[in-house]
Design a protein around this ligand. Sequence first.
Ligand code: NAD
Length: 389
Amino acid sequence: MKVAVVKETAAGERRVALVPEMIGRLRDAGLDVLVESGAGDGAWLSDGSYADAGAVIVSRDELLSTADLVLMVGRPDEQVLGSLRQGQAILGMLNPLADPELAAALAAKGVTAISLDGLPRTLPKAQAMDVLTSQANVAGYKAALVGAAAFGRFFPMLITAAGTARPAKVLILGTGVAGLQAIGTARRLGAVVSAYDVRPQTKTEVESLGATFIELTSVGPAAGEGGYARALTDEERLAQQAELTAHIARHDVIITTAQVPGRKPPLLITDGTVKAMAPGSVVVDMAAGPLGGNVAGAVPDETVVTENGVTLIGAGNLAATVPGAASAAFARNVSSLLLHMVADGALAIDPSDDIQAGVVITHGGKVIHPTAAALLPDGQAHSAGGTTQ
Ligand code: NAD
């Protein structure tokens, strides 16, 4: 089977799905690896480094015409989508629950689509394959650096002949994977860190990183399914926003990471709360995206300075801004998943396997992932004439 790595074309995307270090593992499993020329440029990985590791460097046209499985970080661009044909497979972060039409289009072409974001993350054997965790980890690290860079004072306490600078007070809202890494990074930079999450079970992890866990009296625990939070009721949300205001106003830098799977991100910092913040404060909203974010007024991929001098950073795709580390981790995750799915040098699709049940979205001309299929109008999940093996 020919496994091929395309060059990402999305704006700002510098990651690559496979790094040279992983090629030996895949070749040992009987796979041939093709790499589009320039695919690793954004992560400082030359064509030569891939060739030395045993990959064949090809043009995009050659790759698309000969690949059995196309690897990518995000969703396929229009050119890749247009050239895919029956019997080919793709693997990337396809986000089928937010983009069910893509799943329908791939099924209609008879393409087997494997989406990394469908992985059942709580299975211990899935941990090595978990790109959501590996990329959130990179993004949380970068969020702390972005916050520190935009802040006009020091993070650590500094005692110098020119006087003593007090340490910055940093608040992390949402202490999942990204939030915990943001805490660790801000602590390593010397800030005094507090954190809050609606899942009180994160308190121990927060404290083990040397931060203070804030408990709100107005909102009870809100753990949902699969280790995630549930969405709050309107009443809970308003109480949470009100009680958070006083905590937010006494911090210098706030990093928000709160997400609820399948929902728009919860609004944690209202316009009124931003107005209560001191001039020079910084807010990094890691949840800012097309559906909204955690912070009123934060715009995805933009930095806005409010009338009262608060810098609001809509963080965007932060993992892509640390492309070396993010690509290395992504490639390890992808290789582990591939090795789990390959038998005798070919993809062995088996929806009864617990990992494959989460990641295989389309196969044999159908959207076979039940949650993705349920999002499509009747008939579209089974629209293809194609039959793949
Ligand atoms: P996420 O990106 O979906 O959410 C980030 C955080 O936001 C979560 O901690 C969530 O509780 C919090 N949040 C949601 N709504 C909130 C609100 N209104 N106010 C404050 N906080 C709010 O989550 P994630 O980081 O991808 O993963 C979350 C958790 O899932 C992990 O911490 C872990 O417990 C679990 N998980 C487990 C495994 C595993 O078992 N191997 C793997 C991955 C994740």
